[in-house]
Design a protein around this ligand. Structure first.
Ligand code: OOG
Ligand code: MG
Length: 252
């Protein structure tokens, strides 16, 4: 029988659905789930993937309710997940969903024990983003341990133009965003939905990474978490995150 990590790795590479590994294999703790996630990423990096940064998940009430998991989680973003030239390749996807997010780009390394002020000062730029999540689990249903082991459904992401942070007239804790699919607003919210502010989400990530002896580094990007529920997307859809004051990002 394949190991948990191999089972998820194969499903990611082959873009097919699997039963929850907590059912096909055995139950495991959240700590163990992060170890499996780490083993998965280590394998991908040994095969040539490059670390781009991290993503926070289940940071908004809407997402926690949608997925039935009441606590934030985090995963790893790889360079190959970045949607370039505005085109999403659907051939490697199972049942993708899009969610509007605020992305931040670090302009300095962050000490594991940095204060929230130091953390915020290390942000160089922010941008509107769309995360494309594609859980490897059947019907997009999972427990917290399953989803963490599956690198929190990470699959692809698109980022708009980076604007220097802080930006005059922009309160990162109150950016209005809309998820627009084929010209129709499917969901809308404020960045405050993410743990009160994307900065709080970033801090939660920093603390979690520090516990594992890791830290945020200059040049790394972070998706701070979906502001609204995620919406199913299909080949041919044009998908945007529009914001009132930090621009728009679109892919098709
Ligand atoms: C887990 C990932 C959640 C977010 O922004 O809340 C996430 C999932 O819903 O599949 O990326
Ligand atoms: Mg997300």
């Amino acid at each position: 029988m394949k190991s948990i990590v191999e089972t998820i790795y194969d499903a990611q590479k082959g873009a097919y659905e699997i039963e929850k590994v907590t059912e096909t294999h055995c139950k495991f703790t959240i700590e163990e789930a992060y170890q499996y996630q780490d083993q998965l990423i280590t394998r991908l990096i040994s095969e040539g993937s490059k670390l781009s940064g991290y993503k926070m998940g289940l940071t908004s009430r809407e997402k926690m309710v949608q997925m039935g998991i009441p606590a934030p989680i985090y995963g790893v973003l790889l360079e190959e997940m970045l949607v370039t030239d505005g085109k999403l390749d659907h051939s490697r996807l199972i049942h993708p969903k899009a969610e509007p997010e605020i992305a931040v780009l670090m302009n300095a390394d962050v000490a594991p024990d940095a204060t929230v002020e130091e953390l915020e000062a290390a942000i160089g730029w922010i941008a509107p983003a769309i995360e494309i999540i594609d859980s490897r689990y059947k019907d997009f249903k999972f427990t917290m341990a399953d989803v963490v082991a599956d690198n929190c459904s990470s699959t692809a992401f698109a980022v708009g133009e980076w604007i220097p942070y802080p930006a005059e007239g922009v309160d990162i804790a109150d950016i209005q965003v809309r998820l627009v699919i084929n010209g129709e607003v499917q969901a809308a919210g404020s960045s405050s939905a993410v743990l009160g502010s994307p900065i709080a989400s970033l801090q939660e990530l920093q603390v979690s990474l520090a516990k594992e002896g890791k830290q945020l580094k200059k040049g790394q990007l972070v998706l701070t978490g979906a502001i609204t529920a995620a919406m199913r997307i299909f080949p041919g859809d044009t998908v945007s995150t529009e914001t009132d004051n930090i621009g728009t990002v679109t892919f098709a």
